[in-house]
Design a protein around this ligand. Structure first.
Ligand code: COI
Length: 355
């Protein structure tokens, strides 16, 4: 990548107090941008003041959703160092999402460099309080002005970031989820494995219905039989049934979550029995009734989200007496410990930002 041109804002803002942070509503002073055109490739990497940009009303992404994004975090440890969690894995996943959406290759090294450079410029925005972090959103949108349907000939890659607190208002407390046999998020052969706008658009209607019924999120079942667990809300889903931890396998409609991978790696390292296999809603309900179930979601935004109640076909099922399970808590503590640098990092997941 050619050198990143940096234009600093003339009106720097004061970051809000850490105590006030929610999720995704505050953005730092700068953003990264880079353009793509057929014949020219990716060019003009730059950091500029954060702000709106002009798009032609006919540009592809606004009509056909040809766009992708990723989400990762930077943490400020008690030692004062800033750590980017699994930066390389997020950069590679963005490139895989690009592939599914017919977006030109994004060199993961270029993606890493763009994120590092932006967080370096806005390092004073990385919050300090426990439980807070800087959420980073690399995004690619199709920008060609054209109403026919074909992969765009031009793109904008940009990165924005902002300080965040907990994703769910419940924080690291059990949420109530509703398994839906009416709505589906994604189908095998479709876009479920890509981090693309369409999957989130598809989740809105079902999520609204679940919230009206008093639940926090939807437990998505597979689109063909409405029988097997896919994801929960915007997260991967995991269950512990007896002594086996089970999560749906990749290769179908689900996203290859980075936190999912971190959890599986930790569990295997702890010598636990871990299976990536199809798990049906009936198997999960039987385990709940027998008191043998622990259930949690994994994702970058919330890290680990315990499930305390599962609704299905008009019935409510308590999970682990509605409390956070011991393994769920242990996983949360282990990952957060690595992110803030209070625990050893044997897998090299946390990369220090230069001082
Ligand atoms: C995540 O769990 O990290 C997400 O995908 C949430 C994001 C859509 C805000």
């Amino acid at each position: 990548m050619s050198e990143i041109a940096i234009t600093r804002t003339q009106q720097p803002k004061a970051p809000p107090p850490d105590e006030s942070l929610a999720f995704g509503d505050v953005f730092s002073d700068h953003m990264f941008q880079m353009n793509y055109e057929v014949g020219k490739g990716w060019h003009d990497p730059r950091i500029v003041p954060y702000g709106p940009f002009m798009l032609d009303p006919a540009c592809c992404v606004l009509h056909y959703g040809q766009g992708i994004f990723d989400g990762l975090k930077a943490f400020r440890g008690q030692d004062g160092h800033i750590r980017l969690f699994r930066l390389g894995d997020h950069a590679r996943r963005l490139n895989r999402s690009a592939h599914y959406l017919c977006i030109p290759e994004l060199d993961p090294a270029m993606v890493e460099e763009s994120i590092r450079a932006l967080i370096e410029v806005d390092r004073n925005w990385v919050p300090r309080k426990a439980g807070t972090s800087m959420y980073i959103r690399p995004t690619v949108i199709a920008t060609e002005t054209f109403l026919g349907v074909h992969p765009s000939h031009s793109y904008l890659y940009y990165v924005i970031a902002g300080p965040v607190g907990a994703y769910y208002k419940e924080g690291m407390n059990p949420v109530r989820i509703l398994a839906s046999d009416q709505h589906v998020r994604a189908v095998k052969g479709g876009l479920g494995a890509a981090k693309t706008m369409a999957n989130y658009a598809a989740s809105l209607y079902g999520a609204e219905e679940a919230q009206k019924a008093g639940y926090t999120q939807v437990l998505w079942l597979d689109a063909l039989e409405h029988k097997y667990l896919d994801e929960v809300g915007t997260m991967n889903i995991m269950v512990k049934i007896g002594d086996e931890v089970v999560t749906p396998p990749l290769g179908g409609a689900i996203l290859a979550g980075i936190t999912r991978d971190s959890v599986l790696t930790l569990l295997r390292g702890w010598g636990m029995k871990v299976s990536e296999r199809a798990v049906s809603i009936d198997e999960v309900l039987d385990a709940a009734k027998a008191g043998r179930l622990e259930m949690w979601g994994t994702g970058t935004a919330a890290v680990i989200s315990p499930v305390g109640e599962l609704g299905f076909k008009g019935e409510r099922h308590l999970i682990n007496d509605g409390k956070t399970g011991a393994l769920t808590q242990k996983l949360y503590d282990a990952i957060v410990g690595i992110q803030y640098g209070t625990e050893p990092d044997p897998h090299g997941w946390a990369r220090l930002l230069g001082n």
